[in-house]
Design a protein around this ligand. Sequence first.
Ligand code: ATP
Length: 369
Amino acid sequence: MTANTSFRIAVLPGDGIGHEVMAPCLAVLDAAARRVEGIGLHYEVMEAGAGAYRDTGVAMSASVLRTCADADAILLGAMGLPGVRYPDGTEIAPQIDLRMEFGLYAGVRPVRALPNVPSRLADPRAQTMDFVVIRESTEGLFASRGKGEVIDDQEARDTMVITRAVCEPLFDFAFALGRSRKAKGAPGVVTCVDKANVFKSFAFFRKIFDERATLAPDLRAEHAYVDATALFMVQRPWTLDVLVTENMFGDILSDLGAGLMGGMGFAPSADVGAKHAVFQPCHGTAPDIAGLGRANPTAMILSSAMMLDWLADRHQRPEAAATASLIHRAVDQALIGGMRPYELGGSDGTAEIARRILHAVETIAVTGV
Ligand code: ATP
């Protein structure tokens, strides 16, 4: 990539509050990129999701999928509508199909205390919390999606799938993340979260983790059961570093992490594979607040900063990392300046939060280029 090359970003706002949080996110991205200079961002905005399925009969068309495949990165709002279902009654969730299609095995969900966001925990050490849940995102219990069965209206079965082909790169990714965090002062501990005491599938998961841990002697590899991990996340989240776990467990633990950060509107995420990555907030389409202008776009905006960091690494573009850093610091600055989303009991809606973060992007110092 040459000095002035632009990144092509496939943008899928989706459904519900997906559109509401995507618009401010693109405005913040553009403002930050303009201030840092050196990278261009070109968006291909496309319709996909439950609304697309309702209107066209297709949740994600082949041409949308192709554009996503050719893009440098994919930004996604949220998808799914309560009243729109496939004929078998299941939800329209092409965002899950994207994970399978592009092999996005590592769902990265950072959990960090944000400045001036009151903690749900009384212990002041919660203000130093900074850990990451890595949710395997292509198999586990979700491998049964669309395949589970109900037998004679008496019994239901869904099957968990754990494969070596996915676990090896997943654990290598977790150790690499542990290493880069350690270089910035984190403890360098990677914990395999499972239920290996009960299930063969999880004993296998743990066995592969231990094998890959031997390739990372500079880090501490630990194990924890998922139930104990839920307890630790509430009791002492400030001691955690990198947690790596199965799809369903990660789904649950990352919402717990979002709660610890202040609410769903604060929790960013990335789904990363060998070639592609999708960046989207941890939250869904929030039908209860869609259309009210109350959605907090911070999680979407922080997800776009994760995208810039990923692009910076992949293409050796420090300007992209500097743009990500500007966005992170702008969010912190807006919070320090008194930004109070509805989900924290405040009265700042989507537009006001966007205004405050944009103002910070435009006024704080640019560093790190
Ligand atoms: P999914 O199954 O896709 O995760 P869901 O309906 O279970 O969807 P969310 O859509 O994430 O879950 O909503 C959970 C709760 O969090 C809702 O009360 C919703 O209003 C709230 N919420 C989600 N996102 C935001 C946001 N960006 N700002 C404020 N509140 C949010």
